[in-house]
Design a binder for this molecule. Structure first.
Ligand SMILES: Nc1ncnc2c1ncn2[C@@H]1O[C@H](COP(=O)(O)OP(=O)(O)O)[C@@H](O)[C@H]1O
Ligand SMILES: [Mg+2]
Length: 302
């Protein structure tokens, strides 16, 4: 029987989300007939893996270490086949500034903006509001600020130094309109989901609290927009060199018809009610079949 180590938890700010993804995937892998061992990742992860002796690692981590190439590198050193993207794609996708350069190089539309020193952002508006300030390498909407039209100064958190996401931040023009997300499974875009937030914007609570948002799949869009979103997500997945499942987030401005990519998640949320399991169901994979697909797709490139 194939022995699968589900690596979850860890010590990033997304620990709790990862624990839910991991518990869900471990249960599904058992249902799919695998021998499962759950690992709450510590700094001693290499030891934990050596003791567990898995045939495959199912990566359920989110955020730094688990999503940025570090754990992927460790798994390659230990010669354990693992799910999702490899070292380079993980590291690239974790850096939203570097990712933007790759999107642009491949003709995928991005918001106007770039990386700036936080102290410059705190001094005065770097561009005319509305604009967005976000960490270069975080997830789950942690540290995201929307500077509204008419705001007379940058967010006070930047000015008073309580923004703790590094010396640099990414600034982007605010793209009005709708929030779309598209999963990719191998070489197949899975479907377009519209996320209708029931709050002001798609923040942490709106993403993870029950009733925080409504998911519409397939999104009610003109066929051309759906096709464009599916194509852009596959292009992003391939341009970054992703493997397994990824999920790209977009804004669609229906007033202008503009479709703008925000980011590609190489370790998208996998709780049973997350977006990827919903999209998988839409193309005929129930949750255990999706997890089985991931495990069978695992590889160790070196
Ligand atoms: N340029 C933008 N225009 C409009 N909204 C944005 C923009 N960038 C981010 N947002 C909002 O903030 C949320 C989080 O941003 P995102 O880049 O997806 O980072 P993460 O999900 O990794 O925190 C998005 O889902 C969106 O609602
Ligand atoms: Mg996002």
């Amino acid at each position: 029987m194939t022995r699968v180590a589900v690596i979850m938890g860890g010590w990033s700010s997304e620990r709790q989300v990862s624990l839910s993804s991991g518990k869900g995937m471990a249960e599904a892998a058992r249902q799919a007939g695998f021998d499962v061992v759950e690992i709450d990742a510590k700094r001693t992860l290499s030891q934990q893996l050596l003791e567990a002796r898995p045939d495959v690692a199912l990566n359920a981590l989110h955020g730094p270490w688990g999503e940025d190439g570090c754990v992927q590198g460790l798994l390659e050193i230990l010669a354990i086949p693992y799910t999702h993207s490899g070292v380079l794609a993980s590291a690239l996708a974790m850096d939203k500034d570097k990712t933007r350069a790759i999107y642009a190089q491949h003709g995928i539309d991005i918001a106007k903006g770039g990386a700036y020193d936080v102290k410059d952002l705190a001094r005065e508006h770097i561009m005319a509001p509305p604009y967005v300030i976000k960490p270069i390498a975080e997830g789950s909407s942690f540290g995201v600020f929307i500077v509204r039209e008419g705001a007379n100064r940058p967010p006070k958190e930047l000015v008073d130094g309580t923004w703790t996401f590094g010396d640099q931040a990414l600034v982007e023009e605010f793209i009005p309109g709708r929030e779309l997300t598209v999963g990719v499974m191998g070489d197949r875009p899975m479907g377009v989901t519209e996320i209708v937030p029931l709050r002001e914007y798609y923040d942490f609570a709106a993403k993870y609290e029950a009733g925080g948002s409504r998911h519409v799949i397939p999104a009610d869009l003109p066929a051309k927009v759906t096709e464009a979103a599916l194509a852009a997500s596959l292009k992003a997945h391939q341009a970054l060199g992703c493997r397994g499942v990824s999920r790209s987030d977009f804004r669609y401005d229906d007033a202008t018809g503009r479709l703008v990519i925000l980011e590609t998640n190489t370790q998208p949320g996998m709780t049973p009610t997350s977006l990827i399991p919903e999209q998988a169901a839409h193309i005929g994979y129930d949750y255990p079949s999706l997890v089985r697909w991931m495990i069978e797709d695992a590889s160790c490139p070196r």
